[in-house]
Design a binder for this molecule. Structure first.
Ligand code: MN
Length: 231
């Protein structure tokens, strides 16, 4: 069989400790999963989890020890950073129970859910889909994936982001409203998870704007850090 067009390349992310890469299937994102961030966005912080998606090719995969590049996107005057723990699914499934979630996880990475906040706000106001605010090209920078067996105890990990060396966001993974297992339980009730799926688990408080020339450095304790420059 041949194609009428050249098929797109598979989006992939480096994996710590191997030259082999993680192929990306879908990118799921959890909204408002830290109470203080939900509050800063004008909500109570107590609601069931909800999800949105980004296209797989929105990934900007950054190699270990290097600084990635993200072009400042079109149409926005208010590009926001959201530092997030990303879960990489190795084994798919549907209706996965929180208690069984661990066996479906390949590993973890540090990610940025970059957001055209002005466009998202406009869509919210009009009750329209968030795609233009969330799912744009290059909107999902991610660092190398650390296999779960090497990732240590994430329940006690810190998550933080610096912009040009100044701290913008700092919290703990233990402050997730819906923890990783619960998130996988809710998500897999709505979609059948597949190997290669990524889950951006939500951002803590402190989201704010960045401009061209800014360098963003994010960390989660025990994982490979992520650095990216807005160009
Ligand atoms: Mn987010």
């Amino acid at each position: 069989m041949s194609f009428v067009l050249t098929p797109p390349a598979t989006t992939s992310v480096p994996v710590v400790g191997t030259k082999d890469r993680f192929p990306v299937h879908r990118i799921y994102c959890v909204g408002r999963n830290y109470e203080e961030h939900a509050k800063e966005m004008g909500f109570t912080g107590r609601e069931p989890p909800f999800f949105f998606l980004k296209p797989a090719d929105a990934i900007v995969a950054v190699e270990a020890g290097s600084i990635g590049a993200m072009p400042y996107p079109s149409l926005t005057q208010n590009l926001h950073h959201e530092i997030e723990l990303v879960v990489a699914i190795g084994q798919g499934g549907k209706n996965i129970k929180a208690a069984d979630a661990q066996q479906h996880i390949f590993g973890y990475a540090v990610g940025l859910d970059m957001t055209r906040r002005d466009l998202q706000g406009e869509m919210k106001k009009q009750g329209r889909p968030w795609c233009i605010g969330k799912a744009f090209d290059h909107s999902a920078p991610i660092g190398p994936i650390t296999p779960a067996t090497q990732a240590g105890d994430l329940a006690n990990a810190e998550i933080h982001l610096q912009v040009n060396g100044q701290e913008r966001q700092r919290s703990r993974i233990s402050k997730l409203i819906w923890n990783i297992g619960e998130t996988i339980e809710h998500l897999s009730a709505a979609w059948e998870l597949q190997p290669g799926d990524l889950i951006y688990t939500g951002t803590p408080e402190g989201v704010a704007a960045v401009v061209a020339g800014d360098t963003l450095s994010g960390e989660v304790t025990g994982l490979e850090p992520l650095s990216i420059k807005i160009t």
